[in-house]
Design a protein around this ligand. Structure first.
Ligand SMILES: [Mg+2]
Length: 394
């Protein structure tokens, strides 16, 4: 938005996002692909989807998550490549190593994007803008790839900024620029407004962020529940969420203490299923996957037992967590129906989504589960408060 040296009295957050990452790595390794429409993902004959498309391919209307068959129709001369996750992970490691030279406060969002809290390094490295430009420059010089950078006083605005002038963008949103910029933004650009919520907003005549702000607060809260307060804060560019480095998040868990001890296996399993789904949802919302699932069970005399299972590969799937938790519960309880006063599910051994064995071509079952999870995440984002069931407290 501007190039003058910004002042960020409170926090300075960078959002750095590699441009067309998988496709760009392919071009880097095979320069003959430069300037050509390159797509990485499933084969056009198969049922695969496009995982990444070069900007040349995007000019044909191709975008990620589109079916490969449709992409090839739009762009018949396009070059389709199977992905090489190992190579992408390797380059990702190099990019994150550069981030780490500037601040320990790096929160990865995926294999190719991260938030960096550079508030503390402004003194050491100069202004936050200088730090951002230095990182962008080093990614180009040392790795040969292009990143887009957003700089702002919080995560929401920084992420918005990095997207504004993509590709090869460097965009600053100063605190006093946030409100006017947000006002004319489509409502779907607010975090947490998914497709379903966006449609509902449209039905209320809310198309831009300023439309939302024009609605009396009570009505917004009545319509969008718990989520409303956060939406209204984002709408004015306010976002207090901290940058959380991945190594600090060691586990994510939820537990429930019952109003009365429960011994009925079906009832326990019901509650456990909900806890497992909730933990998986929280992992997904933070962009984590977990290798280990742990069940915690507390008996009426307060003795507490835990039992863990290591998954075959890191997962954030509600179904996989549910199944693991059920296995642990039936191992734990065996045939005896001893009453419990608390159960909990924890996911640990976290990796970031995209690290470890990232699956570019997931098996159909897993893919179906993922689709279901993402639908449930959207439904939960909108109707979460209504989905809570009685019978236990958290
Ligand atoms: Mg990217």
């Amino acid at each position: 938005m501007t190039t003058r040296t910004p002042m960020f009295p409170d926090r300075a957050i960078l959002h750095i996002d590699m441009d067309a990452f998988y496709a760009s790595v392919e071009v880097l390794d095979d320069p003959s692909l430069k300037g050509k429409p390159v797509m990485v993902g499933g084969t056009p004959e198969g049922r695969g989807v496009v995982a990444a498309a070069s900007y040349e391919a995007r000019e044909y209307g191709v975008h990620s998550a589109m079916s490969a068959a449709r992409a090839i129709k739009l762009c018949p001369e396009g070059i389709f490549l199977r992905g090489r996750m190992d190579r992408y992970s390797e380059i990702s490691g190099q990019v994150f190593a550069i981030f780490g030279d500037y601040t320990p406060l790096v929160e990865p969002l995926s294999i190719d994007e991260a938030f960096l809290d550079v508030t503390g390094c402004r003194r050491l490295f100069g202004s936050a803008e200088k730090v951002g430009r230095a990182i962008k420059g080093r990614i180009l010089e040392e790795i040969g790839l292009v990143a887009s950078v957003g700089l702002a006083a919080n995560k929401f605005l920084a992420k918005l900024a990095s997207d504004l002038e993509k590709p090869d963008g460097f965009t600053i949103i100063l605190p006093d620029q946030a409100r006017p910029l947000l006002a004319s933004l489509p409502i779907g650009k607010l975090w947490g407004v998914g497709k379903v919520a966006e449609k509902q907003m449209h039905q209320f005549g809310i198309r831009k962020v300023e439309d939302l702000l024009a609605v009396p607060r009570d009505l917004v809260v009545g319509q969008f529940g718990d989520h409303a307060a956060h939406l209204l804060e984002l709408a004015v560019g306010y976002d207090e969420r901290p940058v959380i480095p991945v190594h600090e998040a060691k586990s994510i868990g939820n537990e429930t203490t019952f109003r009365e001890d429960i011994s009925e296996a079906g009832h326990l399993q019901d509650i456990l299923d909900q806890l497992a789904a909730k933990v998986a949802r929280r992992l997904r919302s933070h962009g984590f996957m977990a290798r280990t699932v742990t069940l915690k069970a507390r008996y009426p005399d307060f003795t507490t037992h835990t039992r863990s299972e290591t998954l075959l590969s890191p997962s954030d799937s509600s179904v996989e967590f549910r199944d693991a938790a059920r296995r642990l519960l039936s191992d734990k309880l065996g045939r005896r129906a001893r009453p419990l006063r608390l159960i909990g599910v924890t996911a640990s051994n976290l990796v970031h989504e995209g690290e470890g064995q990232a699956q570019l071509f997931p098996d159909p079952d897993r893919e179906r589960d993922r689709k279901l999870d993402s639908i449930m995440d959207r439904v939960h984002g909108k109707f979460g408060p209504m989905l809570k069931r009685g019978g236990h407290r958290e």
